[in-house]
Write a protein that binds this ligand. Structure first.
Ligand SMILES: C[S@@+](CC[C@H](N)C(=O)[O-])C[C@H]1O[C@@H](n2cnc3c(N)ncnc32)[C@H](O)[C@@H]1O
Length: 422
């Protein structure tokens, strides 16, 4: 039998907890009616996610102006999406527009139609607190020239334009329908940054150099163009991650005069990935071949919780990805057992490993097949992290060299994170 591994939640974005801004009381509402927009602004200000210097832009570019009639709010606790249509439920739509949750606006690169959620969400209005925190991290100044990769609804580009002026903002979207939507939504609130439809991996050299590049899609490899098109001293802010999991960490790179870029990870989050850098989950069924075949069998007492499984945004999951490069992993939860699968992403390799955790048993069965012993690598990485005192994600950083090598480090660029890849 060939197992059918797949992501625990395929293609889902998990960018933080879904929270509604608190409701104002009835009395207060009648005396001094607060709009959902103002409630969201207050909620974000109180949470420290919206900084005062962005308040005026937040009012000029209200989120609802960037949303189509049909949206799919993502419930992060349940891990599900459902359709809300302004034409049949205007109040529900307005409520969702101003809830602190991501809203999908496109599935399956536009190949999916109808109100049922599709397979993979491929464009969205990101979670408001994530958007406004990232804008604060971008550290803009009057006249800063900004390139955004991943226009989506156009809301983030609208906020940038409202703050910096249309002439200072260039935004790139790969999907023609999405780019057209964003352009018209921006126009509806009187904004007109340059919306360019192309693969954002190439940036937009015609309008370079930029002081800031902000990426609103998950990145696995930094394209050279983004660093090359940023002025020395400028910043590139992006959700970056490894193939180990779908999670990203926000990294803020400062571009150096020699064409390299270095910076710390700020916090975990999760974005839908750049089109060309998505993982093809379906390949793993083929990858495993005749299961268990010639796999060697051993045992371990490592627990799911040691590996940060079952909880979101665990530092250890991110660190395992740094230390065990080119390894994808998924968790399949069954009735009485959970299986972790590990796959070698190296071209041509079919190495894999699995670890089977049975409810009520402390002994875990490990199987490994192929020249790379993926479980051994994961285990050694876990031991290394523990030996370092279990450092948090924000103690790590990344260097991208002029020839595109990605080098994660701990505390200092001179202290590279070890790779346990065999
Ligand atoms: C999370 S959404 C962006 C949210 C957006 N900034 C907003 O304010 O609504 C990610 C977007 O990135 C786009 N995208 C994916 N790959 C891309 C690429 N290679 N170049 C440009 N855009 C890309 C997707 O089509 C999608 O619209």
């Amino acid at each position: 039998m060939v197992p059918a591994p797949g992501p625990a939640v395929p293609g889902r974005r998990r960018t933080g907890r879904r929270r509604r801004p608190p409701k104002v009381s009835r009395d207060h509402e009648t005396e001094n009616r607060t709009s959902p927009h103002a409630e969201l602004a207050r909620f974000l200000l109180d949470a420290g996610a919206l900084t005062r210097d962005w308040s005026s832009a937040f009012d000029t570019a209200p989120r609802s102006a960037f949303l189509p009639d049909l949206i799919w709010p993502f419930d992060m606790d349940a891990g599900t999406s459902r359709a809300v249509d302004r034409r049949t439920d205007p109040e529900g739509w307005e409520r969702e527009a101003y809830t602190n949750a991501p809203l999908t606006i496109q599935w399956d690169d536009g190949h999916h139609v109808g109100p049922e959620p599709g397979r993979v969400p491929t464009s969205s209005a990101s979670m408001p607190s994530v958007v406004t925190r990232m804008l604060a991290d971008l550290d803009v100044f009057p006249g800063a020239h900004v390139l955004e990769i991943g226009t989506g609804t156009g809301w983030n580009a609208g906020l940038l334009s409202a703050r910096l002026g249309d002439r200072n903002v260039v935004t790139v979207e790969v999907d023609r329908t999405v780019a057209t939507w964003a352009r018209s939504a921006l126009g509806s609130v009187g904004l007109s940054p340059d919306v360019v439809c192309r693969d954002g991996r190439f940036g937009r050299s015609e309008e370079a150099p930029y002081d800031r590049v902000i990426v609103t899609a998950g990145v696995r490899e930094f394209p050279a163009a983004w660093v090359e098109q940023t002025r020395p001293g400028g910043l590139v802010l992006a959700p970056w991650g490894t193939h180990y999991s779908g999670g990203d960490a926000l990294v803020r790179l400062t571009v150096a005069g020699d064409g390299s870029a270095h910076g710390r990870f700020l916090r975990p989050l999760e974005f839908m990935k750049l089109r060309a850098q998505r993982l093809d989950w379906n390949r793993f069924g083929r990858h495993v071949g005749e299961y268990p075949g010639d796999a060697s069998v051993s045992a371990t007492s490592v627990s799911l919780s040691d590996l940060g499984e079952g909880r979101r945004f665990q530092d250890i999951q991110f660190v395992l990805g740094l230390c065990v490069p080119r390894c994808a992993h998924v968790r399949n939860v069954g009735e009485s057992e959970t299986v972790l699968w590990f796959f070698d992403m190296t071209e041509g390799s079919r190495a894999w490993a699995s670890a089977t955790f049975t409810d009520g048993e402390s002994k875990v069965t490990v199987r490994q097949s192929g020249p790379r012993r993926l479980w051994d690598e994961v285990f050694r990485a876990l031991e290394w992290w523990r030996g370092e005192g279990a450092p948090r994600l924000d103690r790590f950083g990344l260097t991208v060299t002029p020839d595109g090598v990605h080098r994660p480090w701990l505390a200092d660029p001179a202290n590279p994170v070890p790779s346990f890849a065999g």
